[in-house]
Ligand binder design. Structure first.
Ligand code: SF4
Length: 485
């Protein structure tokens, strides 16, 4: 192939060369034969797939096997059958592990989409119906109801494929103005509902998040997004906010529901006062102005100015489950964008460390002039499973584990907080919380051992091994010695 191209393989160069040959009529039988053989090798042989694993040109949609959605390989170790994912990427601590689809991959997904909306068959958005008009159910029992927001996905794909990224974003934002909180690694009802049920569905969340990312990374890209949250000319109704009303709403809880409700209430012309029980870090006045000069803020020219490395990012306290309950599979910096959208609004106020029913109640809220109270705290309800000895040592609730890890900052390299876990660890369940727990535990455990060893070394220098180990009980000795080894 290098001889044919006159340079190492590059898929864009390759595609352009073939295009030119076809245009100029210089493609002969011999070249066609060579290309067919090469494509067969690249597509079907293990070696060819490995050489072209990062290229999209030699990839074909694969058949969906519902009983094998993840390509596990069985390996027997010490008499135990284990499931491995070949080529799984190792996670690097608590950094954001990837940036989503590349532009090439997103464009490939948009080209793969058949744009079903002209026929009204865009089941990714509207859901897939049977002859009685009910939503179909796939072999895994998932109801194929499509996008809960009925986002105009097919229309977005048309615009994106033609290179109109801002047009694509504006179309998404007709139904989903808060798309910074959706998309890649957050939701996939659209994919489940895609017309391709027997082969790979279109990676809609990946395309949606790429559209947003590409706009955000333009100079003043966040301001473009922010403007569209306030004024979207593509909306046929309510394209600007309603005139301000005299009513005010107290929104209790600033998780995803509280953020979304606050946004829609502001659009409907309400004054919104939002409270949250946790401590929420202040945003710099540079981005949101001050109490005395709320409109005096700088535009965000480069979005990376408000983004941080997730490994060292200060936990903001804003976003509820999106901040504490999920892992670095999602870029939590996007929550900062939501804050900017809300906190720059002149009719929005946020108060942290305030608990409804403790710091404030209905009467106090009424006395302060609040007309309505909206509770957005549903996910926080404690659930105690009916299992004997459920609070025994070594047993944790997955949600508590994730929340403590994030809240205490124990996952950070420089943290002094020690959250005790031990491997092997058994996670019961296979939902998102279970998977997050398993991945976080695997990333955190080496950090725990490292931190123990570094502290141990320092203490050995100061007071010596014998005095340290004299304080250990039997269990601590076993673990300590294992960590040191
Ligand atoms: S994502 Fe799937 S269902 Fe939606 S328009 Fe594209 S091909 Fe059709």
């Amino acid at each position: 192939m290098t001889t044919f191209l006159g340079q190492p393989f590059d898929e864009i160069f390759f595609a352009k060369k073939i295009e030119k040959m076809l245009e100029h009529g210089s493609m002969n039988d011999e070249t066609l034969d060579f290309l067919a053989h090469y494509a067969t090798w690249a597509l079907h042989s293990k070696e060819g797939q490995l050489v072209h694993k990062n290229d999209i040109i030699f990839k074909m949609p694969t058949l969906v096997q519902f009983d094998q959605l993840i390509p596990f390989e069985d390996v027997e170790e010490q008499g135990v059958l284990k499931k491995y994912i070949p080529d799984a990427k190792a996670r690097d601590g608590f950094h954001y592990p990837d940036e989503g689809l590349t532009d090439k991959e997103a464009f490939d997904a948009a080209s793969y989409c058949v744009k079903c909306h002209p026929q009204g068959k865009d089941s990714c958005s509207k859901g897939m119906r049977d002859t009685e008009g009910k939503n179909k159910i796939n072999p895994l029992g998932n109801v194929l109801s499509g996008c809960p927001l009925k986002q105009k996905i097919s229309e977005m794909m048309v615009m994106y494929e033609q290179g109109y990224t801002l047009g694509a974003l504006s179309i998404v934002m007709i139904d989903n103005p808060l798309l910074a909180m959706t998309g890649y690694r957050i939701c996939n009802d659209c994919m489940k509902g895609c017309i391709f049920q027997k082969q790979d569905p279109v990676n809609v969340p990946g395309v949606e998040s790429t559209v947003l990312r590409n706009i955000l990374h333009l100079p003043k890209g966040f301001e473009i997004y922010s403007l569209l949250t306030r004024w979207n000319p593509l909306k046929s109704a309510n394209f600007i906010e309603s005139p301000i009303q005299k009513k005010s709403v107290l929104v209790v809880g600033l998780g995803p529901a509280g953020i979304a409700l606050s946004y829609y209430l502001l659009r409907a012309g309400f004054h919104v006062v939002a409270i949250d029980g946790t401590k929420i870090e202040r945003l710099s006045e540079r981005w949101v102005g001050s109490c005395s000069k709320p409109l005096d803020f700088d535009p965000v020219v480069d979005v990376s100015d408000v983004f941080d490395d997730l490994e060292s990012r200060v936990i903001q306290g804003f976003g509820g489950v999106m901040e504490y309950g999920i892992t670095v599979r999602w870029d939590k910096n996007l929550l900062t964008l939501m804050r900017l959208v809300l906190e720059r609004h002149q009719h929005f106020r946020l108060y942290d460390g305030v608990r409804f029913g403790g710091t404030i109640g209905f009467q106090e809220a009424r006395d302060l002039g609040v007309d309505h109270v909206a509770f957005c705290v549903g996910a926080g309800e404690p659930k105690k499973p009916l299992i004997h000895n459920v609070f025994s040592k070594g047993i944790r609730f997955a949600s508590d584990f994730l929340m403590s890890l994030q809240l205490t900052g124990a996952y950070k390299k420089e943290s002094y907080v020690n959250m005790d876990i031990e491997l092997p660890l058994i996670v019961l369940g296979a939902g998102l919380t279970a998977i997050d727990t398993a991945t976080e535990a695997l990333a955190y455990y080496p950090r725990l051992v490292e931190r123990f060893y570094q502290t141990y070394q320092k203490l050995v220098e100061k007071i010596g091994e014998t005095r340290i180990q004299a304080c250990w009980n039997e269990e601590e000795r076993e673990r300590g010695m294992r960590y040191i080894e």
